[in-house]
Design a protein around this ligand. Structure first.
Ligand code: SAM
Length: 239
């Protein structure tokens, strides 16, 4: 049963989302490591393995936040160009500082933009990735159509997202862990944002619904892989 208003797919508005991520930007990476018990790195690595970046390719990370998926693309493939976009400039400031520390120069470009209105020409990218962002997008079907538009033919879309586990027993364990998440967030400065994280995961559609949405947007070879007992899924499809 979804609790969002009919005009959008999300529990909170795009503007509330942006201000929330700007507010938590400084602690985002630390909270991520703590809440995922360090597993977020492996999830991102797996997502980029599925994206299969190649030399000379051009890639887009939607909802890049503090940029970790961009850096993972660069770790897995030499000589690529990667754009990272996000409406929250506070998150991008952290991403830019990390890129500067790594001396990445022109290989990466972080800028403010929204998944629902991508400011790029059609058929720009060889691949698109998006991590833990799709759940936050107000109109998800429209976002998939935008992603498909800016992909080159045969370009790959990979979406990594937190999901509510389907197994009864895993749900039991999950329910025991879930109250700790806002507590960890509170210790790191913002319990409310992490309460939203938990609520939005429960509100997010089942994996089969997401793959149907990929199909409706025109992607082929659509599939998902469950990681860590179904608490995370990687969805993929080809233009
Ligand atoms: C949970 S963070 C994930 C950051 C990063 N991808 C990662 O793997 O850690 C979600 C990000 O999605 C961004 N976001 C939310 N709505 C968006 C939209 N409509 N378009 C693009 N990014 C959006 C947020 O600002 C936030 O930085």
């Amino acid at each position: 049963m979804s609790n969002h208003p009919p005009e959008r797919d999300t529990l909170i508005s795009a503007e509330e989302n942006r201000t929330m991520f700007d507010r938590i930007a400084k602690h985002y990476d630390a909270a991520n490591r703590a809440i995922s018990m360090g597993m977020d790195r492996a999830w991102r690595r797996k997502a980029i393995e599925l994206l299969r970046p190649f030399r000379g390719g051009r890639y887009l990370d939607i909802g890049t936040g503090t940029g970790d998926l961009v850096f993972e693309i660069l770790d897995q493939s030499a000589n690529v160009l990667v754009d990272g976009i996000d409406p929250a400039s506070g998150m991008l400031d952290i991403a830019k500082a990390k890129a500067a520390r790594r001396g990445l120069g022109d290989a990466v470009n972080f800028f403010v933009a929204d998944a629902l209105d991508l400011p790029m020409e059609s058929e720009t990218y060889d691949g698109i990735v998006s991590g833990f962002c799709f759940r936050n997008i107000e109109r998800r079907q429209k976002a998939l159509e935008e992603m498909r538009r800016v992909l080159k033919p045969k370009g790959m879309l990979v979406i990594l997202e937190a999901t509510y586990p389907e197994s009864f027993w895993i749900r039991l364990g999950y329910r025991l862990y879930v109250p700790l998440v806002p507590l960890i967030g509170k210790v790191l400065g913002d319990g409310g944002a992490y309460k939203y994280l938990v609520d939005s995961i429960e509100d997010f559609p089942k994996p089969d619904t997401i793959t149907d949405m990929f199909g409706a947007a025109g992607f082929s070879g659509v599939r998902y892989r469950s990681l860590t007992f179904g608490t995370v899924c990687i969805f993929s499809g080809k233009k």
